[in-house]
Design a protein around this ligand. Structure first.
Ligand SMILES: Nc1ncnc2[nH]cnc12
Ligand SMILES: [Zn+2]
Length: 322
């Protein structure tokens, strides 16, 4: 049982956390036929590309500032209910633009959701703006420019997500320069759908302090050593990896091997209902399928706080709670 453990999540895509029941209600409200993407209370996809299509379609039923406030508040309330003290949400202003809401109103709704949840439970949250590779390099630069000039104290990081097979990290390096210059924390999806080379790309072109997933680094032992030596933190999402077929089962998942090789690992849920998981289940898997002790799990939670994109005062306060 891990219900007594304090929890932290560094890697969850906001629209990817949308509860199916809420998405159904939103679709009804806007008269959208979502039956191709959501059936019998479950999101419908069959591979990584169709997952991304499903994700983008589901996002389209969240259309107003209030819709985003409700989505954010709902997810953070769920996290707070399982003893979570800190959450970083990956947000995509491009999704706000695509439904005509605009980036400012999108972010403003998300911030209102954070405020409401925090008022009830004290849960702390920050935003990582992401560019989506499949929307093209120009849109990724646009997302970085938006994050850099937003001047929003809750936006503390920049990420690159989406179709990992599209382009190489170097094609997006300019966006990371913009984000770095603005003082944002950097993380990149790599080593999830693509192999170890994508993690090497990320380190060579950007050298982020964290990598989203990064688990396929295990295919290259020199790279594993490089990650350990650099202290790069991996945002590992085991349930997502199994659902997407990155590894066939938890027995072959490299979380424990990476940890034992000295890589700094943390646990997150990625897009929980899409992958039939939750942060609660990921912590349970850490204890059950991976056999980590409470002390080891607390250690990973501490690593997550050490790597969090927060000011030092907040980090200290969070660390004191573990
Ligand atoms: N697991 C994932 N990988 C890349 N992009 C994503 N966007 C939402 N979930 C993602
Ligand atoms: Zn992700």
């Amino acid at each position: 049982m891990t219900s007594h453990l304090k929890k932290v999540e560094l890697h969850c895509h906001l629209e990817g956390a949308a509860p199916p029941a809420l998405t159904e209600a939103q679709a009804r409200k806007y008269g959208v036929d979502i039956s191709g993407e959501l059936r019998g209370g479950a999101y419908v996809w069959h591979d990584f590309a169709s997952f991304l299509e499903c994700y983008d379609k589901v996002s389209e039923v969240y259309r107003t500032e209030e819709d985003y406030a409700l989505l954010t508040e709902t997810y953070l309330d769920e996290l707070a209910g399982i003893n979570t003290i800190y959450s970083e949400l990956i947000v995509s202003p491009d999704h706000g633009k695509r439904i005509g809401l605009g980036a400012d109103a999108y972010i403003s709704g998300v911030c209102e959701g954070i405020r409401r949840a925090r008022e009830k439970s004290g849960i702390e949250a920050r935003l990582i703006v992401t560019g989506e590779r499949h929307f093209g390099p120009e849109s990724v630069i646009g997302a970085a420019e938006y994050a850099a000039r937003a001047g929003n104290p809750l936006i503390t990081g920049f990420n690159l997500a989406g179709e990992e097979r599209m382009g190489r990290v170097a094609d997006y390096a300019r966006a990371f320069d913009i984000a770095r210059d603005a003082g944002l924390g950097l993380t990149i999806h790599a080593g999830e759908v693509c192999g170890a080379f994508s993690v090497i790309d990320a380190l060579d072109a950007v050298r982020p302090s964290r990598i989203g997933h990064g688990v396929r680094a295990v295919e290259d032992l020199d790279l594993v050593k490089r990650l350990a030596d650099l202290g790069t933190v991996l945002e590992v999402c085991p349930g997502s990896n199994i659902a997407l077929g990155v590894f066939p089962d938890f027995a072959s998942h490299p979380l424990r091997r990476l940890k034992e090789a000295g890589v700094r690992v943390t646990i997150s849920s990625d897009d929980p209902p899409f992958f039939h998981t939750s942060l609660e289940r990921e912590y349970e898997l850490a204890a059950g399928a991976f056999g980590f002790s409470d002390a080891e799990i607390d250690g990973m939670t501490r690593t997550a706080i050490e790597a969090a994109f927060v000011d030092e005062e907040t980090r200290k306060t969070l660390l004191a709670r573990i």
